[in-house]
Design a protein around this ligand. Structure first.
Ligand SMILES: Cc1cc2nc3c(=O)[nH]c(=O)nc-3n(C[C@H](O)[C@H](O)[C@H](O)COP(=O)(O)OP(=O)(O)OC[C@H]3O[C@@H](n4cnc5c(N)ncnc54)[C@H](O)[C@@H]3O)c2cc1C
Length: 397
């Protein structure tokens, strides 16, 4: 057992963990980050699209950016295309392995210590400290801290063991990288044949390469394989044999994201946009809030659950409504038929409603509920009404 007592031990060196490590280390706290993998960003499964707002708030070098996006094409189930473009760049596609490495380097430069190939097998809360049990190089080692942050992604075992509950609803994101012909804009494809209840994407990352992926409640790999086959048949991709990676994405939040000497952030807490599955920005916001609350608690010496409950209050105030409305929007969307989705496309396209929405103050790359509600308010057409009816019935929006 190491005699050293860190101020904070963080489990997981993903974007959320490194973001919290950077914040806390820069506030002068001693921080140790334990990561299962042998390096940051290894075998990640992520498209890496983040808003410009998110990118600038992270303070990273532009080296991590693969491409930028100011336009996208949306395809209806029948293949009708709606192209939307803004004057300014809306989002960047970051190279996730490089991005995770850069986030970890930034935290390290503030003094955070990283331990790789070090899975945390247990967290043992105590009266005046909390312990993290790790398996470093196959050897059991115990590290002490005043507080622990779980930033271990979509792996429910540790939060459940610590009595924080578990996230009950998930969907699966599957993705691969393929060689493409003539794809220079982000594409989003809708329809039950392609991605039941969700959507598929093509995101160019260079002149001849793109990420192709989709979200699905189940069988994501199978749906993606079919989508890839159809792209190949239409001559849009040049190769068929590709490695598909997949990963669970939380839909819904952890009931309790704090305990005595304990906080949970990022995917582990369910800080993910339910509309798109994007979790980098909300995980970063969660990490910042956690660091602020923990800084106060460490300085005052009060690390009780009562004190740390502020974290949950603050992050729910910042993004709770967004998450619950996004969840309902996804739930309602999954119940629309292809014909109804097609009708929505017709309305958005023919009335210029999509363009108007894009140019109004209601559009945001990260905060979708405002855009969705503005869309619902602007239209009285049937598919909208059906969605609005479902939302109102479920949540009294
Ligand atoms: C196909 C797909 C595409 C996506 N595209 C986007 C996108 O374009 N934009 C976006 O914002 N989000 C996207 N996401 C979601 C995004 O990848 C996650 O929200 C984000 O990675 C969450 O960050 P995190 O730090 O909370 O967790 P993670 O990135 O999962 O990091 C958790 C880390 O903890 C480590 N770990 C786990 N358990 C332990 C343990 N016991 N001990 C030590 N280490 C441990 C893991 O190895 C991992 O490195 C996508 C997801 C998928 C599946």
């Amino acid at each position: 057992m190491s005699n050293r007592v860190y101020d904070v031990i963080i489990v997981g060196a993903g974007p959320a963990g490194s973001s919290a490590a950077n914040e806390l280390a820069s506030l002068g706290h001693s921080v140790a980050v334990f990561e299962d993998k042998s390096a940051p960003g290894l075998s990640v499964c992520c498209t890496g699209i983040i808003s410009t707002e998110c990118f600038h708030s992270l303070g990273l070098s532009t080296d991590v950016i693969l491409t930028s996006a100011r336009s996208a094409k949306f395809f209806s189930p029948s293949g009708r295309c709606l192209r939307l473009q803004t004057e300014d760049v809306q989002a960047y596609v970051v190279d996730r392995p490089l991005f995770d490495e850069a986030m970890a380097s930034k935290a390290r430069s503030q003094g955070a210590q990283y331990f790789f190939s070090s899975p945390v097998t247990d967290i043992i809360p105590g009266k005046d400290r909390i312990q993290a049990e790790t398996l470093r190089g196959g050897t059991r080692e115990v590290f002490n801290a005043r507080a622990v942050i779980l930033a271990n992604g979509c792996r429910p075992r540790l939060p459940r063991r610590l009595g924080l509950g578990k996230i009950n609803s998930f969907f699966v994101g599957a993705q691969t990288e393929v060689e493409v012909k003539g794809i220079d804009e982000v594409e989003v494809h809708f329809g039950h044949e392609i991605a039941p209840g969700s959507f598929a994407w093509l995101v160019p990352i260079s002149a001849d390469k793109a990420y192709v992926g989709l979200l699905a409640a189940s069988c994501a790999r199978l749906h993606l394989r079919r989508f890839l086959n159809s792209l190949f048949r239409r001559g849009r991709t040049t190769g068929e044999e590709v490695e598909i990676k997949q990963r669970a994405i939380p839909l819904g939040t952890l009931a309790r994201t704090y305990g005595d000497r304990l906080l949970v952030i990022g995917d582990a807490a369910g800080q993910v946009k339910p509309t798109t599955g994007g979790g980098i920005y909300f995980g970063h916001l969660g990490a910042k809030i956690a660091a602020g609350v923990l800084d106060e608690a460490l300085n005052s010496g009060n690390l009780t659950a009562g004190q740390l409950a502020r974290y949950q209050k603050q992050w729910k105030a910042k993004m709770g409504k967004e998450l619950s409305r996004g969840y309902l929007a996804r739930w309602a969307y999954a119940r629309l038929s292809d014909r109804q989705i097609e009708r929505i496309f017709n309305i958005l396209d023919s009335s210029g409603a999509a363009e108007a929405l894009l140019r109004s103050g209601d559009f945001s790359f990260d905060w979708h509920s405002g855009t969705i509600l503005a869309g619902l308010r602007r239209s009285s057409a049937y598919p909208w009404l059906r969605m609005r009816h479902l939302l109102f019935r479920e949540a009294g929006l």
